[in-house]
Design a protein around this ligand. Structure first.
Ligand code: FNR
Length: 366
C-alpha cells in the first residue's frame, strides 16, 4: 500500500506517492514537460545554484512571513498556480485546492481549462477568500470577453493572461500515454481529439495571434489587475510596465512549453537590477514559478525581488495521492520550513529579505 500521509516529510515525497497511485495517462499529463525536459529539470536545479549569506545574532523569536500580492494579504508568499484538468488527479478536482488555499490563507489561480466549472470553483471559496483567473485567450474574442467579465463579476481579483503558449508544447510522455479517463473533460465545450495527448486535445482554441496590441483591449474590458504569465526576458518586463499592466509571472510554464527556456528565478536575477538602473523598480509586481519545492526556494526568490511564487505540480501530486489532507499537509510543511528558514537566515519579516542574503555568483553557470 501507499505510505501514510504522516510519512511525507517534504513536497518531493508526494510526487513519488502520486506516481505509484495515479493512472498512467493522468501521471503522464501532470508530470510531462516539453521535448527533452531540460527546462523542467533546470527549474529545480537553478535554485540549487543560489546559496545563502545568513545574518547572525538577530532576535528571531517571532517570525512573520505574511505579505501582500496584488493588494491581497496572504499568510505565506506562495499561491496555487493554475494547472488544468484537476479531475485527472482526484474525482473532486480543483475545489480541493480551493479548500486548502482557504485553510492556509493563500490565493488560488483558477485555470481556464479546469475540470470543475469556473462557477463551481468560485462557489467553493468561503468568506473573503481571494481567487485569480488564468486566461487562455480564445480566437473568438467574444468568448474571452464573456469569461473575463464573468470572472470580474464573480469577484476574481486578478487576471493572469498566459503569454507563453501560442501553441501548446510537445510533451512526449503525455502523447505516449494519451489519457482516456472519463470525467476529466474540461468545460470548454470543445470537440477534442486525444491522439496527440491531453494537452493538445484541450487547447486547440488558443489564439496564436495574441499580441501586445491586445493588451489595451483587455484593459478596456476589466478593472481586475492584469498580469502576464510566462514572461522570459527583462525587455518584456519593461514593455509590460510601458503597457501599464500590474504584474508579470517569470515562468516557462513548468518546462512544458519551450525547452531550453531559462528558469524563472534566473530571469528574475537578470530583471531586477535592470529595472533599478532604469528607475522602474517597484513599478510592477513580479512573481516567479517553476521548480519551487522548498521554503528556501521561496525565500531565494523573494531575496531577488519577487513578490511571491507560484507552485503547481506539488499540490496536484498531494491532491492525487491524499486528497484535501494531502494538500493541507503540503502547505503546512511549507509553513514549517518557512519559519525555520527565516530564523536561520536571520530575518523576522519578508520586508527584510534582500539580495545581500543570497550568493548568486554561480546562478548563470548551467
Ligand atoms: C500547468 N501550467 C498551466 N499554466 C497555464 O497558464 N494554464 C494551464 O492550463 C496550465 N496547466 C498546467 C497543467 C499542469 C499539469 C502543470 C504541471 C502545469 C503551468 C503552471 O501554471 C506553472 O507555470 C507550473 O506548473 C509551475 O511549475 P511547477 O510548480 O509545476 O514546477
Amino acid at each position: 500500500g501507499k505510505p501514510l500521509l504522516s510519512q511525507c516529510y517534504n513536497l518531493m515525497d508526494f510526487e513519488a506517492v502520486a506516481k505509484s497511485v495515479m493512472k498512467r495517462g493522468a501521471w503522464g499529463y501532470y508530470s510531462s514537460a516539453a521535448d527533452d525536459e531540460i527546462t523542467l529539470r533546470e527549474n529545480h536545479e537553478a535554485f540549487h545554484r543560489i546559496w545563502f549569506r545568513p545574518r547572525i545574532l538577530v532576535d528571531v523569536k517571532k517570525v512573520d512571513f505574511s505579505t501582500t500580492m496584488l493588494g491581497t494579504k496572504v499568510d505565506i508568499p506562495f499561491y496555487v498556480t493554475a494547472t488544468a484538468l484537476g479531475k485527472l488527479g482526484h474525482p473532486e478536482g480543483e475545489v480541493i485546492l480551493t479548500r486548502a488555499a482557504k485553510k492556509h490563507n493563500v490565493v488560488q489561480m483558477i485555470p481556464t481549462l479546469a475540470s470543475c466549472s469556473f462557477d463551481e470553483i468560485v462557489d467553493a471559496a468561503e468568506g473573503d477568500q481571494v481567487q485569480w483567473l488564468q486566461l487562455y485567450v480564445n480566437s473568438d474574442r467574444a468568448i474571452t470577453e464573456r469569461i473575463v467579465r464573468h470572472a470580474e463579476k464573480r469577484g476574481c481579483k486578478g487576471l493572469f493572461i498566459t503569454v507563453d503558449a501560442p501553441q501548446l508544447g510537445r510533451r512526449e510522455k503525455d502523447m505516449r500515454t494519451k489519457f482516456t479517463d472519463k470525467g476529466s473533460n474540461v468545460q470548454s465545450g470543445q470537440q477534442t481529439d486525444n491522439s496527440q495527448g491531453a494537452a493538445r486535445a484541450i487547447s486547440s482554441f488558443i489564439d496564436p495571434g495574441l499580441s501586445w496590441k491586445d493588451i489595451p483591449w483587455f484593459q478596456s474590458i476589466t478593472k481586475m489587475p492584469i498580469v502576464l504569465k510566462g514572461v522570459q526576458r527583462v525587455e518584456d518586463v519593461v514593455k509590460a510596465i510601458e503597457y501599464g499592466v500590474q504584474g508579470v509571472v517569470l515562468s516557462n510554464h513548468g518546462g512544458r512549453q519551450l525547452d531550453f527556456a531559462r528558469s524563472g528565478v534566473e530571469v528574475l536575477a537578470e530583471t531586477v537590477p535592470v529595472l533599478r538602473e532604469l528607475g522602474l523598480e517597484g513599478r510592477i509586481e513580479i512573481f516567479v514559478d517553476g521548480g519551487v519545492r522548498r521554503a528556501t526556494d521561496i525565500i531565494k526568490a523573494l531575496c531577488l525581488g519577487a513578490k511571491g511564487v507560484g507552485i503547481g505540480r506539488p499540490f496536484l501530486y498531494a491532491m492525487s495521492a491524499y486528497g484535501l489532507d494531502g494538500v493541507d499537509r503540503a502547505m503546512q510543511l511549507l509553513r514549517d520550513e518557512m519559519e525555520m528558514a527565516m530564523r536561520l537566515i536571520g530575518c523576522t519579516s519578508v520586508d527584510q529579505l534582500n539580495s545581500s542574503l543570497v550568493d548568486t555568483r554561480n546562478l548563470g553557470s548551467h
